[in-house]
Design a protein around this ligand. Structure first.
Ligand SMILES: Cc1cc2nc3c(=O)[nH]c(=O)nc-3n(C[C@H](O)[C@H](O)[C@H](O)COP(=O)(O)OP(=O)(O)OC[C@H]3O[C@@H](n4cnc5c(N)ncnc54)[C@H](O)[C@@H]3O)c2cc1C
Length: 498
């Protein structure tokens, strides 16, 4: 039976950072990733990481920001969830996030920013350039340099125990037979969230519209949470998720520039160009790097856009959580439809179509230039109906219905005048779920009596342990920071299995 000091389940941001940290301490490490490539949700993300007291902040003239201030401000995002937070884990995150940024930067990641996001009192969002695959490129190279073995298409199916202690894993590689592998010091669960888990599993933790929709990352099936629960641990905050949220699909054919290697040289050139090249010239270039799932602003509905299904029908009040209803349509997607009256308002601040990495906010002209996969435009309704494949009479009836009810809400624009637009498909997703295994401040997985299960550690989404990560940049911050600390901690374990 093959053995390593440490086996890491999952090759996303958490798992690779854990492996890097553990290997840096001299441990032999195996990373098992069930997908065909390393990356996970981390590689699908927008790529912002929140931290205080960083070099980039100082370069931007922000001095004196501290983890204490970050700790306080994080609490301001929580609102009704305040009493469900794990403050000990929040403390760990804010204290160690600055070093995480330093390490990622040293490994070759280039950040721009910091970007503001109230109620953070100062800008704290560090946004990776050119896009979030850079995290994986640089971390996996650093792991390889330290001799970490990274095996893709390797699905961990169970934890192996000897008495109470977790001593290894069962893994199926390339759909082959299951093998048993030994972890002499410990196993780190870093297998992401459970947004795309089978319904039977989700039902244990979630309810309502979350059960009608899927996760953005189809591999986020909660394997780590389920394996932990199977040996007596528990999931904390399993009912919470970022979603339902309406998002467009990621670009089907990423542009040539987004496929350029994620060299630090290119990213540094981008940082320089953003300072000296006029914004109007940079926008299409920067938007060409978008590889993620962008979220349309609900302001579109507040200005008079409507939401229709593939049958051409309106199916909800667009101003009252339309995201909760898309999952029950067939197919489970919609189109955001409007005419010139709305379109002409969405070419400048404050009426953006979505936020977007690199440019901050993307307007309708940006989408028309750079996201033609999402924008369907036609001079007549008949042409629009044909382009998006909905029956014209139903589309006309939906517009009529909207135009007839405007007297009740004069703030909404009518949809009379072409060109007409349909943005979509607009899909409602669980962007990610928040429920992770219960852990202590040493990343040890806890059992039902809050006692550590020997040999088992967890971090990232699967080891979220009840920390509330609202606001942008805290999930990746947690992934990299908790992964790093869990890797370091596991490396300090005594060898317990021969
Ligand atoms: C569209 C989008 C945008 C986002 N943008 C941001 C952002 O800008 N800032 C931010 O802070 N957060 C963002 N997030 C959230 C953030 O990306 C995640 O919280 C974070 O990446 C989770 O990291 P992880 O390592 O825990 O999980 P992952 O990156 O998902 O890695 C887990 C890995 O484990 C593998 N795995 C699962 N089960 C098994 C198994 N049984 N055996 C082997 N391998 C397995 C998975 O395939 C996956 O590769 C975004 C998320 C999405 C979907």
């Amino acid at each position: 039976m093959h053995s390593y000091d440490i086996i890491v389940i999952g090759g996303g941001g958490t798992g690779l950072m854990a492996a890097y940290a553990a290997a840096s301490e001299g441990s032999s490490v195996l990373v098992l990733e069930k997908g065909p490539a390393l990356g996970g949700t981390t590689a699908m993300s927008v790529g912002t990481v929140a931290a205080s007291n960083t070099e980039l902040q100082r370069q931007a003239g922000i001095v004196g920001d501290t983890p204490d201030a970050h700790f306080e401000d994080m609490g301001l995002f929580n609102k009704t969830l305040a009493n469900r937070d794990n403050l000990a884990l929040r403390r760990i995150l804010v204290d160690h996030a600055p070093e995480t940024i330093e390490i990622l930067t040293r490994l070759g990641v280039v950040f721009m920013g910091p970007l503001p996001e109230p109620p953070h009192r100062v800008p704290r969002l560090h946004a990776i350039l050119p896009h979030s695959r850079g995290f994986i490129v640089h971390l996996s190279k650093a792991c390889a340099d330290l001799g970490v073995v990274m095996q893709t298409r390797a699905t961990v199916t169970a934890l192996i125990q000897s008495g109470e202690r977790v001593t290894g894993v069962e893994v199926a590689v390339e759909d082959g037979p299951t093998q048993q592998l030994t972890a002499r010091k410990g196993v780190i669960i870093a297998s992401g969230d459970f947004s795309a888990a089978p319904l039977e599993y989700k039902r244990h933790h979630m309810s309502g519209p979350l059960l009608d929709i899927g996760g953005i990352n189809a591999l986020s099936t909660g394997d780590g949470q389920a394996m932990g629960e199977a040996i007596g641990s528990k999931v904390v905050n399993g009912d919470l998720a970022w979603g339902p949220e309406i998002r467009f699909l990621a670009p089907p054919n990423p542009s040539i520039i987004s496929k350029l290697p994620t060299w630090p040289g290119l990213a540094k050139l981008m940082v320089w160009a953003m300072k000296v090249v006029p914004a109007v010239l940079m926008r299409p270039f920067l938007l060409g790097f978008v590889t993620t799932f962008l979220a349309p602003s609900h302001n579109l509905f507040h200005k008079g856009a409507i939401l229709i299904n593939q049958q051409g029908e309106r199916f909800c009040d667009e101003l009252d959580r339309p995201q909760d209803h898309i999952g029950r349509q067939s197919p489970a997607s919609g189109w955001i439809v409007f005419g010139h009256e709305v379109a002409r308002q969405f070419d400048q601040w404050p009426n953006f179509i979505s936020t977007a990495p690199g440019v901050g906010y993307a307007y309708l002209p940006d989408y028309e230039n750079s996201r033609r996969d999402v924008v369907k435009k036609a001079d007549t309704l008949a042409e629009l109906a044909q382009t998006i494949g909905v029956p014209l009479p139903a589309l006309e009836a939906s517009l009529q219905d909207h135009n007839d009810t405007l007297v009740r809400n004069p703030a909404l624009s009518p949809i009379h005048q072409g060109p007409f637009y349909a943005l979509g498909p607009a899909i409602s997703w669980i962007v990610f779920s928040e429920g992770g295994l219960s852990i202590d401040t040493e990343f040890r997985v806890l059992d039902a009596q809050d006692q550590p299960i020997p040999g088992l550690f967890a971090a990232g989404s699967s080891g979220q342990g009840g920390i509330i990560l609202n606001g942008h940049g805290h999930h990746l911050g947690w992934a990299f920071t908790s992964g790093r600390l869990a890797g370091k901690r596991t490396a300090q374990e005594e060898i317990a299995v021969a």
